[in-house]
Design a protein around this ligand. Structure first.
Ligand code: C2O
Ligand code: CU
Ligand code: CU
Length: 730
């Protein structure tokens, strides 16, 4: 009897142990791994690590964690996403059990094993290593003889024994002929008349396609010519008249407290790329007047609408009186063509802000209606000294050989990706130039006013750069940066010192994707040049520039909010898409491409596809996780003095998952964490970029009563639903 019981216990113990091991092995896949903090979508940012057949029982996952960055996302000057890798490994045997080995080493490698990056030693449990800057890569864990052994000393020769391996999500992209196959169907349907089906409808729109200007193809991406026959299902809009006055470069308006000005939105003629085109401007200027005021002042702006659309003017980032926020149907009736509205604009916070229409931004803002507001602090040494200031508005424009590509009259074109321009503009011009003495410190006030493009700016040459401020404040500490990543509607203040004589080019460098060939490639646009002379700067601000300033008053202001940082989330928004009746062949192409989505879609590589989806077919969505309500049905209420922790989740599962710059009106917020990684250098913001599949927690300082909008700042997304209103009561 006792022997039987002992046997039974032994069996139970073996079964339990086996079961336990199974549970452990299951628990360590990306699909099942638990984490107390929110993590980025595992499909894109977690890699299952599996052993070769000969080694059993070992398992692990590797999470891609973006390193801290003042811009929320960490990107190299070349536009590569940067990741640290958080390994979580289980059941690794002793290295000696596998041969003459003493340690395990993790590697990242491009598909052809070149480049090969040695990440470092790993063991059971979690290890954070970095840094990976590859578009697509393998992760490998090898058993190695000793630290300092051949394969460690010479990373080109990986000689250890492979214990675990996995592949990044981008490895799933494969070259495909699907686009050509679908283009064939498109041609067949056109030839047979199509019998009223969708493709045929796209072929022969009611509006007569002769008046649409075909978007230019991307120079580096081959697409089937049949796609060129696709047209949006809205009428093309072109501003009139063609003899509008010639626009002038913007003027600086230094306004005193209480000053009043007129602001007129009207057609202007621009000469761009040697061609005269009709666009829009404020007060006949491009960009609109640069308005400079002192912090805590108020100005009066009499706005008149001479465009063909109803509209209003929004004062982006200002915590002003709700009545003057310029959100049509929320804070005011839209101003009809020919109508006017008087705004009292209050500037409570120093920094760089901007104004733009808040209706059909996809047309009005894209055609040139934007201007900056430069709010001077009352503190004399708010910023460190600089020799000069440059206020730069970054934009892009979609232009074909025959002229600009029209906008949708009844609804936006480019409703999925947003309209990517093929030419980049600085202050409305294709080229920016400055001439500075050697050693000058230049302060750049940057605003991204494009519809959808995230810029990744850097200087090529002898220039050092530090970021000092963003939307509504300075940073807790200044930080050295090599490049500036700026999403639509964001602002950054960056000090640059040009150390040596010569030409320094300002470039936008990103990684573009050719989905058909499953290939990443470099896209570099030159935005301008700084000509640095041999004359030394006077005065020389070199010593103060060399120092990274802490900003004690910002730290003290933010300290008051720290007790809220770790508390539970109050509200959660899922950022997603309801795609309706998409024109053929968009849906099959989107589905195919959705195996991989870049964290940020930097540029438009399929212009002949991107413009066809219109606001009639697409509904971008903010969904309140607690109630399931969406967009304008959401009715959040807060009180002045509330501090609200808001979680933003970008739905990787959406048919066209992409990044969204989320903007909140009339308040300020801190980005507490991205994918659960706490932000160590805080700054007050009004817009945060939420990359594909990312989760961000933001802390909103609710100070300003009224009805305020929260929306995506991609012009085509706000116009196709992605907006909501919350109410703040006293
Ligand atoms: Cu630039 Cu609703 O804002
Ligand atoms: Cu705004
Ligand atoms: Cu969006």
């Amino acid at each position: 009897m006792p022997r039987l019981r002992a046997l039974a216990l032994l069996i139970v113990a073996i079964v339990a142990r086996g079961g336990h091991a199974d549970v452990q092995r299951q628990a360590i896949t990306c699909a099942t791994a638990q984490s107390p903090a929110p993590v980025a979508d595992p499909d894109l940012y977690c890699i299952d690590l599996l052993p070769p057949l000969a080694i059993d029982g070992v398992g692990g996952v590797a999470r891609l964690v973006p390193p801290a960055s003042p811009f929320g996302i960490a990107v190299s000057p070349a536009g590569e996403m940067l990741y640290d890798v958080l390994f979580d490994l289980r059941d690794l045997p002793a290295p000696s059990a596998l041969g003459a080995y003493t340690t395990f080493v993790a590697w990242a490698a491009a598909p052809q094993m070149n480049p090969l990056i040695k990440l470092g030693e790993v063991r059971n449990g979690t290890t954070r290593l970095g840094r990976v800057n590859l578009d697509r890569f393998l992760l490998i864990v090898t058993a190695e003889p000793t630290v300092g052994a051949a394969s460690l000393a010479n990373p080109a020769a990986l000689t250890g024994r492979i214990v675990l391996r996995g592949t990044s999500a981008a490895m799933r992209m494969q070259p495909h002929d699907l686009a050509f196959f679908l283009a064939g169907l498109l041609e067949q349907k056109a030839a047979t008349g199509g019998g009223g089906d969708h493709a045929a409808h796209q072929q022969a729109p009611a509006h007569g396609d002769a008046s649409w200007t075909q978007p230019p193809m991307h120079p580096d991406v081959a697409m089937p010519p049949a796609f060129m026959s696709l047209r949006p299902d809205v009428a093309p809009y072109r501003p009139a008249p063609e003899d509008a006055p010639l626009a002038r470069p913007r003027e600086l308006l230094r306004l005193r407290d209480g000053a009043a000005i007129d602001l007129v939105a009207a057609p202007v003629r621009r000469v761009l790329f040697g061609r005269t085109v009709t666009m829009l401007g404020f007060n006949g200027q491009y960009p609109g007047p640069l308005i400079e005021v002192a912090e805590a002042s108020t100005i009066v702006v009499r706005f008149t609408n001479r465009t063909g659309f109803e509209t209003a003017v929004h004062w982006h980032g200002l915590r002003l009186d709700n009545r003057f926020d310029g959100a049509p149907h929320v804070t005011q009736d839209p101003v009809p063509p020919g109508g006017s509205f008087t705004y009292r604009v209050f500037f409570p916070d120093a920094g760089i802000y901007w104004y733009h229409p808040h209706h059909r931004e996809d047309v009005l803002q894209d055609l040139g209606l934007y201007g900056n507001l430069l709010v001077r602090s009352r503190e004399p040494d708010y910023f460190a000294p600089a020799n000069r200031e440059e206020v730069l508005m970054l934009d892009d424009l979609l232009v074909a050989e025959s002229g600009p590509v029209e906008h949708g009259r009844e609804a936006p074109t480019h409703a999925l990706m947003g309209r990517f321009g093929n030419v980049l503009l600085v202050n409305g011009e294709p080229r920016w130039e400055a001439a500075v003495p050697r050693g000058e410190v230049v302060r750049l006030f940057l605003t991204n006013v494009s519809s959808t493009r995230v810029f990744n700016l850097s200087f090529q040459g002898a220039a050092r750069m530090k970021v000092v401020a963003s939307d509504l404040s300075r940073y807790e500490r200044e930080a050295w940066v090599e490049n500036v990543t700026i999403a639509p509607a964001e602002r950054y203040v960056v000090d640059v010192r040009f150390d040596a004589p010569g030409d320094v080019r300002l470039v936008n460098r990103v990684r573009a994707i050719d989905h058909i060939m499953a290939r990443f490639f470099d896209e570099t646009h030159e935005l301008g040049v700084v000509r640095v002379s041999d004359r030394p700067a006077a005065p020389d601000h070199g010593p103060s520039f060399a120092r990274l300033r802490p900003n004690a008053s910002v730290v003290a202001d933010i300290a008051k909010f720290r007790r809220h940082f770790d508390r539970p989330v109050d509200r959660e928004l899922l950022v997603t898409l309801r795609a309706g009746d998409l024109p053929f062949p968009l849906r099959p192409l989107m589905s195919y491409e959705s195996v991989y989505r870049n964290p940020v879609e930097w540029t438009g590589t399929m212009p002949e596809m991107d413009w066809v989806a219109t606001g009639r077919q697409v509904r971008w969505t903010l969904q309140d996780r607690a109630t399931g309500r969406e967009n304008m049905e959401i009715d959040w209420r807060f009180k002045v003095g509330d501090v609200v922790k808001l979680r933003l989740v970008n739905d990787r599962g959406a048919l066209h998952a992409m990044q969204h710059p989320i903007h909140i009106h009339g308040q300020r917020f801190l980005v507490l964490s991205v994918n659960g990684v706490p932000n160590e250098n805080l700054v007050w913001k009004d817009t945060v970029l939420l990359p594909t599949g990312f989760v961000a927690d933001v802390l909103v300082d609710v100070t300003n009563p009224g009805k305020w909008m929260l929306h995506c700042h991609v012009a085509e997304h706000i116009e196709t639903g992605m907006r909501m209103v919350f109410e703040v009561n006293k």
